[in-house]
Design a protein around this ligand. Structure first.
Ligand code: ZN
Length: 241
């Protein structure tokens, strides 16, 4: 089995709340951190712009993080977008399907992303994949569940014959807890920077709200708004100083 460099990490980075916090965590943990993003026919260039903005604010946040953050890789998966006939890739309304999944679910999307990321990591001698999957989403997205991730990592290790690892720092915490986690990584300044610059809205809207930018009505905005409200409510008066 090939030994890859365990001080190097590749973050699957969408520019959303969870993967931005995962990127900040990785910058604290590893000597060298690269990012990978996927263009797969998303309707919203705004997501790709948010990625660049978040990378910028993280290198401004901490001189050590600036030293550690390496290149960004954008992989064009337009062909995959063509087979994903859902609200993310076509102009259709976001609704819950009969299977109990939001139709923003792109079947197998995270399986594909992890496989492509693993291929890139192997070529760049990176042992650690970092992904911002979150259990709160996992109820709707079966390829974000812990069992799925464990099985896929096993397949990747066998298929690459390499000691690849997978870190999911926000998998088992809520959206509210992930803000508290960001607070421990970089204080209120980091929380505010990620809140302002990250993007989660399915509709690509950047209207300004207390919890960040978005339309305020789609499922992603609702989840984010609820998480922020729960985080703020849990802060003691001392934390607000
Ligand atoms: Zn929205």
């Amino acid at each position: 089995m090939r030994q890859l460099n365990r001080n190097r990490a590749l973050v699957l980075f969408s520019g959303g709340q969870d993967s931005s916090i995962a990127l900040a965590w990785a910058l604290q943990q590893f000597d060298s951190v690269e990012t990978i993003g996927f263009a797969y026919g998303q309707r919203h260039k705004v997501e790709l712009d948010a990625r660049q903005n978040v990378r910028q604010i993280l290198i401004q946040h901490d001189p050590d993080w600036k030293q550690r953050l390496g290149p960004d890789h954008i992989v064009d998966l337009a062909g995959f977008g063509e087979i994903s006939e859902t609200a993310l890739t076509r102009d259709t309304e976001i609704v819950m399907t009969e299977a109990g999944l939001p139709n923003t679910f792109v079947p197998g999307r995270n399986l594909v992303f992890l496989s492509v990321a693993a291929g890139l990591a192997y070529r760049r001698d990176i042992a650690v994949l970092v992904a911002g999957m979150c259990e709160e989403d996992a109820t709707g997205y079966p390829d974000c569940r812990a069992d799925t991730l464990k099985a896929q990592l096993g397949a990747l290790r066998l298929g690459l014959d390499a000691d690849m690892r997978l870190e999911t720092p926000v998998l088992h915490i809520t959206k509210a807890q992930s803000w508290a986690f960001a607070q421990t990584l970089g204080g209120t300044r980091l929380v505010d920077a990620i809140r302002i610059h990250s993007h989660t809205c399915y509709k690509g809207v950047r209207d300004v709200h207390a919890w960040g930018a978005g339309c305020g009505a789609c499922p992603a905005c609702q989840l984010r708004a609820e998480g922020w409200q729960a985080y703020v409510s849990a802060l003691s008066p001392m934390d607000l100083d």
